[in-house]
Design a protein around this ligand. Sequence first.
Ligand SMILES: [Zn+2]
Ligand SMILES: [Zn+2]
Length: 250
Amino acid sequence: MAAASAGCKQSDHQKLNGSPLFKRQLLRRLPHRCRLCGGAARGIGLCPHCRADLPWLPAPRCPICALPSEDGQICGACLSHPPAWQCTRSALLYDFPVDGLIGALKYRGDLSLAPLLADCLAGVLDGAAVDAILPLPLHPARLAARGYNQAMELARPLARRFHLPLVHAAVQRVRDTPPQAGLDRAARLKNLRGAFLARPELVSGLRIAVLDDVMTSGATLGELTRTLKQAGAVAVECWVVARALPPGQT
Ligand SMILES: [Zn+2]
Ligand SMILES: [Zn+2]
């Protein structure tokens, strides 16, 4: 009986250790140390020196895709293939050490990094006029395997800070698309067609910010934007923590 009870306790303990809620509560009680150098961190997880040293996205940028552009004009790529969204707001280049921080949040369950990364993004959101935030949905199979959606973890602190509702139930990812890497533009678009299903009653008439960790080609966010607009959303902005530069652009 005692052994069975101990076994039960241990398994409960293991379960709690793996729970994102438990992890969040535990990490809130830990002293604030810089996640990059271990020094004293003010606020949420970075010391002032490491925060200043992050690869902040340089200005001027194209307002549509957030990539560097001369005089902040719309870039050639956005002129020749205008995306469905209105603008992209991003804070950081997807480069060292941001790639490592996002990787730890996304693949290693380090949810304490979400408020830190969301705080970086918050700095470029002043003046944004949206009605709701939609974290990029994961396919249910991927959500079950990972246990959380990193975009949702990033969206929560921003929703609280800007007093915006999260409309995560508005869109479902109905197809788990194969990885996009290595595909050309046309193949990426075909690969994503019909990946999302929106509920018009939850998005119609709204200006929506779709939130993700990184924008690479923008194909996934483009397909989500098209789905939202077909469902009646009046405007869509992309909010991404980091922007990956296209190959060959440095
Ligand atoms: Zn530091
Ligand atoms: Zn552009």
